[in-house]
Design a protein around this ligand. Structure first.
Ligand SMILES: Cc1cc2nc3c(=O)[nH]c(=O)nc-3n(C[C@H](O)[C@H](O)[C@H](O)COP(=O)(O)OP(=O)(O)OC[C@H]3O[C@@H](n4cnc5c(N)ncnc54)[C@H](O)[C@@H]3O)c2cc1C
Length: 440
């Protein structure tokens, strides 16, 4: 291999986008046999499941254009979000903050009183006047005690597996709709305006599931003057010698290095990492997600694309219904569900399957006797845990890589909470940073 190579580790969306933008003299190294990372689709018994529902959004004009007019040209559905919440025995629409109508009167009163107190009242003044220290304060400051009690605390604690006091205020702020008083009031009266929240419409492929996006980008990458290696797990990184070593012992020199594998793993692979970097890497925590995929006879029931389950009586936090987004993802007369459980450490997947079937049957979504297929899969590091150590530990590891000229990209490479488009954009940005000194 020529020594002017850029090595890109990880063939998910970030790595693929990076390789595509590099155009030449790159080697893309992927651990698995197939490119795509988390962006993949599996078929079973006539059902197709992504890992889990992957709904596509794009805000960057160039990325939008590539998705719409190149990668998924003629293969895109534009879908209007149907997201719901199951709470207190009934369905309401997402965002909860905008759709209190129909909930018990005591819940509506608590949410409105808490909101007014937090945003205007004397009791909320303290939090309005000082910097917020954790997610519980963020929720209380912007939404109030009622929304906290009925939705935001139980939901976030189920998803992140820790008390909201342990999460930093940056844990997900940009994704949490913050309504005005008018919106809360109209939502309580059942005259909410539609489309609140960050994802009111989204794209999804007509055929091939979300993996069709990967296959299109992969074909761009394979047409370039670079190498793609699958089944090639990275084992160690030597920043001084500027080499990476693959499992099996093969050592590859690089001129530039781009990492898209999880930051915590990359840091642990460093040869001669300073103790402070090792200590910081050990503090980077993530939540695993076990998803139960169910294919069932369609018995009707709430017609959501995905639904949130904040209450503790349901051990899962969210349920997707891929066949509601694209009916081709299930055989005729059937419906599919992806039931998500968050955890740290091992989980009993057989119990997850049983709890999913029982829970969805209780909400009128399936008949337990008419389940056609059920299986569970686990995504080991699905959500970065924005705990109180996150910002400092992440900055320490990122600074170390930056000091050695290494680029990081992607959701796990950058150790953040972000979307497919963000993975594509950060991959592209990493390639541009590599090319900048070379390009005229
Ligand atoms: C449950 C869930 C639902 C989601 N839903 C959505 C959604 O609806 N919409 C949306 O936009 N985004 C969604 N996302 C986010 C989206 O999946 C990610 O932002 C995106 O796929 C990340 O791409 P990536 O390339 O950064 O990382 P990955 O996809 O994780 O790619 C990293 C690659 O690195 C490889 N790798 C790891 N270790 C090594 C090693 N040692 N050597 C070589 N290669 C290695 C991996 O095999 C993998 O292929 C969701 C994520 C999760 C977890």
């Amino acid at each position: 291999m020529n020594e002017k190579q850029t090595i890109v580790i990880g063939g998910g969306l970030a790595g693929l986008s990076c390789a595509r933008e590099l155009r030449t003299a790159f080697t893309l190294i992927e651990r698995d046999s197939r490119l795509g990372g988390l962006c993949r689709t599996e078929a079973i018994d006539g059902f197709e499941f992504d890992w889990t529902g992957h709904w596509l959004h794009a805000r960057d004009p160039e990325m939008k254009n590539l998705i719409e007019h190149r990668w998924l040209v003629g293969n895109l559905l534009t879908v209007e979000r149907r997201a719901m919440i199951f709470s207190e025995g009934m369905w309401t629409r997402f965002p909860y903050q905008h759709h209190l109508h129909g909930l018990p009167a005591k819940t509506i009163a608590a949410c409105i009183e808490g909101f007014v107190e937090a945003t205007l009242g004397e009791a909320g003044r303290g939090l309005r006047e000082r910097p917020l220290t954790n997610a519980a304060e963020f929720i209380r400051r912007h939404l109030g005690a009622g929304f906290e009690e009925y939705f935001l605390r139980p939901y976030n604690e189920k998803l992140f597996t820790v008390p909201v006091e342990e999460l930093s205020p940056e844990w997900g702020g940009r994704f949490i709709p913050r309504p005005t008083f008018r919106e809360v009031l109209r939502g309580a009266l059942g005259i909410a305006e539609e489309g609140a929240g960050y994802n009111a419409t989204f794209w999804y492929p007509r055929v091939g599931g979300i993996e069709s996006l990967v296959r299109a980008i992969e074909s761009d990458v394979r047409a370039l003057d670079g190498a793609v290696r699958t089944n090639a797990p990275l084992e160690s990184i030597d920043l001084k010698k500027k080499t990476v070593t693959l499992s099996g012992g093969e050592s590859l020199p690089y001129e530039s290095l781009v990492l898209t594998l999880p930051l915590s793993h990359a840091a642990k692979m460093l040869v001669d990492a300073p103790p402070a970097v090792r200590a910081a890497a050990a503090l980077l925590r993530a939540v695993s997600v076990t998803v139960v995929e169910l294919g069932v006879d369609d018995i009707g029931g709430a017609p959501f694309h995905w639904a949130y389950f904040p209450e503790r009586e349901f051990p899962f936090y969210r349920v997707g219904s891929p066949s509601q987004v694209n009916p081709l993802l299930a055989p005729p007369g059937c419906r599919s569900f992806a039931v998500e459980f968050a955890h740290r450490g091992p989980i009993n997947t057989e119990a997850c399957i049983a709890q999913s079937i029982a829970g969805l049957a209780r909400c009128g979504l399936l008949d337990a006797k008419r389940v056609r297929m059920a299986r569970a899969r686990t995504i080991e590091a699905a959500y970065v845990l924005f705990d109180q150590n996150h910002a400092q530990a992440r900055a320490c590891v990122l600074d170390h890589f930056a000091a050695h000229g290494v680029q990081v990209a992607g959701r796990y490479g950058r150790w953040e909470y972000s979307s497919m488009e963000d993975a594509l954009l950060t991959g592209r940005a990493a390639a541009r940073a590599v090319r900048a000194p070379r390009d005229p």
